[in-house]
Design a protein around this ligand. Structure first.
Ligand SMILES: O=P(O)(O)O[C@H]1O[C@H](CO)[C@@H](O)[C@H]1O
Ligand SMILES: Nc1nc2[nH]cnc2c(=O)[nH]1
Length: 294
């Protein structure tokens, strides 16, 4: 007989972590931000910070990837209370998918209404350049096709429905707002909108894989985000997502370029200040939702 496999945390385990955070900070965030690879500087937009190392938070997984600091930063932006993950979790780190998405339900229990997900991604769309910012309008969940979905296992109705809808995963009003913000900042030239595809990683894609993903309708490819978005939508949070195109996916057998994590982090550093400005303005424009689930 195989030992019984744990399929997730219990509601009580989520509560222990959320209650510990509520007891250790006065912040009551309505907005959460997840920083992608090399984008941890986004947390610097928050004032009156209260910072926790993941290692100090009960039940929290640890960051193991270069460019993911492993800190939870609470703070305010123009009077709005926010929480920011400097470091996310990925399947390729060896975490089961329910650990990868653990912080999302914690955010919900803290009272978060809107989650902003960011990531570094390879551009598959030929019109994309390195440094472009892609608003995510939809996703392709490749691990999900193989049964690795974060909602697998018993459903806890206290979080959400057994069969949540995903056709409206990325909030269209927030995307509209982001386009207005980008236009006002003079960023329209490098703003794109497209479909993000998640793969398990950690190896980057082969040329044949890139060509397949492009034909399937993906504009950018990465190793994160989608699992978080599914859990956030399951528990009724609004989601806004963006990908920084850190490298162009290699599509040509004669190409000399090779995807690498250093290039990913370097592009993040180069676009950091524009991303900070854009997300700050976006957050300024997000209206509270009276904790209504949507
Ligand atoms: O998705 P984020 O965490 O931004 O990071 C992306 O960049 C890393 C590869 O360089 C992978 O972890 C990929 O998912
Ligand atoms: N899978 C994948 N993840 C990335 N993250 C940043 N760039 C890439 C890429 O080209 N492929």
């Amino acid at each position: 007989m195989f030992p019984e496999q744990k399929l997730g945390y219990t509601y009580e385990e989520y509560k222990v972590t959320a209650d510990w955070l509520l007891a250790n900070t006065e912040h009551r965030p309505l907005i959460a931000i997840i920083c992608g690879s090399g984008l941890g500087g986004l947390a610097e937009i928050l004032k009156d910070q209260k910072v926790f190392s993941y290692s100090d938070i009960p039940n929290f997984p640890q960051s193991t990837v270069h460019g993911h600091a492993g800190r939870l930063v609470f703070g305010t932006l123009k009077g709005k209370s926010c929480v920011c993950m400097q470091g996310r979790f990925h399947l390729y780190e060896g975490y089961p998918i329910w650990k990868v998405t653990f912080p999302i339900r914690i955010f919900r229990l803290l009272g978060v209404e809107t989650t902003i997900v960011t990531n570094a991604a390879g551009g598959l769309n030929e019109d994309y350049k390195v440094g472009d910012i892609m608003l995510i309008k939809d996703h392709l969940n490749m691990p999900g096709f193989a049964g690795n979905n974060p909602l697998v296992g018993p459903n806890d109705e206290r979080f959400g429905l057994r069969f949540p809808c995903m056709s409206d995963a990325y909030d269209s009003d927030l995307r509209k707002l982001a386009k207005t913000v980008a236009r006002d900042l003079g960023y329209s030239e490098f703003l794109k909108e497209g479909v993000y595809c998640v793969l398990g990683g950690p190896s980057f894609e082969t040329i044949a894989e890139c060509s397949m993903l492009k034909r399937l309708g993906a504009d950018a490819v990465g190793m994160s985000t989608v699992h978080e978005v599914i859990v956030a939508r399951h528990c009724g949070m609004r989601v806004f997502g963006l990908s920084l195109i850190t490298n162009k996916a290699v599509m040509d057998y004669n190409s000399e370029s090779k995807a690498n994590h250093e290039e990913v982090l370097q592009t993040g550093r180069e676009r950091a200040s524009q991303l900070e400005k854009m997300i700050s303005r976006l957050i300024e424009g997000i209206e509270p939702n009276n904790n209504n689930v949507c």
